[in-house]
Design a protein around this ligand. Sequence first.
Ligand code: DGL
Length: 269
Amino acid sequence: MAVGIFDSGLGGLTVLNAAQARLPDVNFLYYGDNARAPYGVRDAEDVYQLTKAAVESMWDKGCDLVILACNTASAAALRRMQEGGLPKGKRVLGVFVPLIEALTERQWGDNSPPREVAVQHVALFATPATVASRAFQRELAFRAIGVDVEAQSCGGVVDAIEDGDLILAEALVRSHVDALKRKMPHPEAAILGCTHYPLMEQTFQEALGPDVQVFSQGNLVAESLADYLQRHPDMYGAGEGGYFTTGDPSRVSDRATQFLRREMTFQAA
Ligand code: DGL
C-alpha cells in the first residue's frame, strides 16, 4: 500500500514529514519533479500538464490516492483533473481546503454558508502562479465573509530552497514580508501558501512578529489525510512507496536529508 505525495520539488517534504508522523503505519510514495521546479513561474497550462503527467506516473507505481502537496499545482491542476474525470478508483486531493478550514475554524466537510470569522486581515505568501490564480481567495469566499486577504508573491524563494541557498532564501523572505507589511501593516494571520515555505517558517515568524499567527500546511494536511483514510479505507493503494525524483537523486537526497534531519534516499522517477 502507498499513498502518493506530489510536489514540484522539496516543498512537499513538509507535508510528507507530518503525514509520516501522524500515520506511522502507512507507506508513502513521494514524487518530486525537481528537474522542472519551480512551477510557480510557469503558466497554468504548463503546471497542469506537468502535474497530470506526474500524478499518472504515481498511479502507475501503485498509488490510488495522490495528495498534491503543492499549492501551485493545486491551484492550476486539481479542479481541472477532477472535472476531467479520473480513472476508476483513483483520487487526487489538494492542500488548500484543510488550511482554510483551520483559518475559518470549520470542521471537515462543514458546507454551511460563508460566515464571519475571527480573523479579518490575512497575509497570504505564495508563488507568483498561486497568487495570480486567486484560488485561495476563491476557496475562502465559500467559507468566510469579511476577510481581507493581501497576497504577496514571493519570487525566488523556491529557487533558493531548491538550490540549498538558505541565506538567500532568508533574505528574500524578509524582503517579501517587508513588502507585505507596506500593503497590510497589521495582519492577524499569515498563510504560508507554498509547501516550501514551512522550511523557512522561523524566518517568516520572526519577520512578521510574535502577534501574527502563522498557518502552515504540514500538520493540517496530515490530520485531514488521516480523517480521509479512515472514511475511505480502500484508498491506501498498492506497492511499497519510496522517494522518487525527476532530478539528480543524490543531490535531492542530500537536500532532503538536510531539511528533514533524517536519512532520505531518493531514486530516479
Ligand atoms: N511547493 C510548491 C507550492 O506549494 C512550490 C511551487 C514551485 O515549484 O514554485 O506552491
